[in-house]
Design a protein around this ligand. Structure first.
Ligand code: UN1
Length: 519
């Protein structure tokens, strides 16, 4: 029987038969140590993946620690060369990796490959960084003394990733951690272990071929067997976790309990503001991509549209026209823009949010329903498809369901009269990841980005761009319930290192700071 994902893994040298089981070799009886990976497009099994036990995790953490002790001694620019070679390999295998992502989590081809590109980009960034792990030097108040700050490798880093960016988010963490001199232990989502197996195999093989084993590690397993013991383990000084706010709260508490460090990248409830002077030729396509891209399953998805009353009907009419041309179906079929949701639970979440919105007085302007097999592109797909929805809030703007992050393509539309009101609405949710304003006025844009902090309260603020699709060069992350972490660009590398302030005396006598005499 043809087994496409098996062939793809094989072509990447990542088909470990002890780990990955072909669909026709799956056991008839349930087996708790085997995860069945189901295609969100066809609802049929793609593969079985053998799960790690708590003992296997313990061994992996031990190996990651050993690996760290050797890796940290490799000079940072040499570590950078290893990351460069890994980035090149991801470049070479972009199509195959992108296809595995599409098969496993339902991303359309462009988005699956775009995700691999994020790994290539962060690898490039990390290579440069490997020569720029700068510390500061500061003047000492004592004569003949010097103070410097140096950044040191931190340890093995626990990286917990979600299904929706099964490759890029590992890349952001792993490439930076690697140049910083840390080893990486990755726990991927159980909905996307095949992508993880492929990415891990490539990174591990490249590093090993350059003489560096033990830098990259993978632990696949349940929360109970692997997730919980991983976050509790003191050998992992930093846990970088991406996922829901509920998950992040748990990770935050457990890691704080052992006084470890966390880097949390959690949910978003991102709004786009459309001012009356906005160029709708830019705003509408950006909002459509932000709201329906990745079938609404990005943490940066545009979930709320705050549109000035004077243009609201026009903007909504244009959005509806755009939505009605969107093909939903096989993410690998040409012309399809919206693939499936990850599983049935996600469809249920979508439908119950739509129901709640109706009950709360909102109007479903378009979408709001499941797409049955007869309406998919091509017809007959049994996966988890929904039609992207636009939901108009009641005139009171009171719509409690819009405060939840429903991981599906639902765009709630609110109207406002004054920009300050729109900014307050932008900020009136628990999460604080991404935000956008569409305007031709620099004054409005500056108010949204106000240097006092009185504008958007989010970690990401876009002007004339949608809320999703960040480049890797900027620090990525958000405030409030989004967790406060920053990954990817700028100085987020500092999270993966420890700072040491070094004071060096070269005087012939003792001088104490603060002018203290102690004789
Ligand atoms: C996520 O959804 O967890 O900005 C990450 C974006 C992507 C990353 C999203 N570069 O939409």
């Amino acid at each position: 029987m043809a087994w496409e994902v098996g062939d793809l893994l094989d072509s990447l040298g990542a088909l470990d038969r002890r780990r990955v089981v072909a669909p026709d070799a799956l056991p008839g009886a349930p087996d708790a140590s085997l995860q069945i990976v189901t295609s969100p497009t066809t609802a049929r099994p793609l593969a079985g993946v053998r799960l790690d036990s708590t003992d296997a995790l313990d061994a992996a953490i031990g190996a990651a620690h050993e690996g760290f002790l050797a890796w940290r001694r490799v000079p940072a620019p040499v570590r950078g060369q290893v990351v460069r070679a890994i980035g090149d390999e991801f470049r070479r295998h972009k199509a195959a990796l992108g296809r595995i992502i599409s098969l496993e989590v339902g991303k359309i081809t462009a988005e699956g490959q775009g995700e691999v590109q994020e790994v290539v980009d962060i690898a490039d960034f990390a290579v440069g960084l490997s020569r720029q792990l700068y510390g500061m030097t500061m003047p000492s108040e004592r004569p003949d003394h010097r103070i410097i700050e140096q950044w040191l490798p931190l340890g093995p880093i626990g990286v917990v990733t979600a299904f929706n960016f099964p490759c890029a988010v590992w890349g952001w963490n792993a490439m930076l951690a690697a140049v910083c001199g840390d080893s990486v232990l990755w726990k991927p989502s159980l909905a996307a272990p095949l992508t993880a197996i492929a990415c891990h195999a490539i990174a591990d093989r490249v590093a090993a071929s350059m003489g560096h084993t033990g830098v990259f590690h993978l632990a696949i397993g349940s929360d109970e067997q692997v997730g919980e013991p991983l976050i509790a383990d003191r050998r992992l000084p930093l846990i970088s976790a991406t996922g829901s706010c509920r998950m992040g709260r748990r990770v935050g508490q457990v890691v704080a309990g052992r006084l470890g460090r966390c880097l949390l990248e959690l949910g978003g409830n991102n709004a786009a503001i459309v001012e009356p002077d906005a160029d709708l030729g830019i705003a509408i396509p950006s909002i459509v991509f932000g709201a329906v891209g990745t079938a609404g399953q990005r943490c940066t998805t545009t979930r709320r549209l705050l549109v000035h009353r004077s243009i609201a009907d026009d903007a909504v009419a244009r959005l509806v026209r755009a939505y009605e041309t969107i093909k939903v179906g096989d993410p690998l079929a040409p012309g399809v823009l919206v693939g499936p949701l990850i599983n049935q639970q996600a469809v249920d979440g979508y439908l119950s949010a739509i129901d709640a919105a109706k009950q709360q007085g909102a109007t479903i302007v378009t979408g709001g329903t499941r797409v049955g097999p007869e309406h998919t592109q091509p017809a007959g797909l049994k996966g988890h498809f929904v039609r992207p929805a636009i939901v108009r809030a009641p005139a009171s703007n009171d719509l409690p369901i819009a405060r939840d992050e429903t991981f599906a393509p639902i765009l709630y539309v609110f109207t406002y009269d004054a920009l300050d009101e729109a900014i307050a609405m932008n900020n009136a949710v628990d999460q604080g990841l991404s935000s956008a304003i569409f305007t031709a006025s620099s004054r409005a844009a500056e108010r949204f980005l106000h240097p006092s902090g009185a504008g958007s309260d989010c970690g990401l603020a876009y002007v004339n761009l949608g809320t999703s699709g960040a480049e890797i060069g900027g620090a990525f992350g958000g405030e409030k319930d989004t967790g406060g972490g920053r990954e990817s660009g700028s100085d987020s590398w500092k999270a993966y290192m420890r700072r040491q302030t070094c004071s060096i005396g070269f005087a012939n006598n003792v001088t104490l700071a603060q002018g203290i005499r102690f004789e």
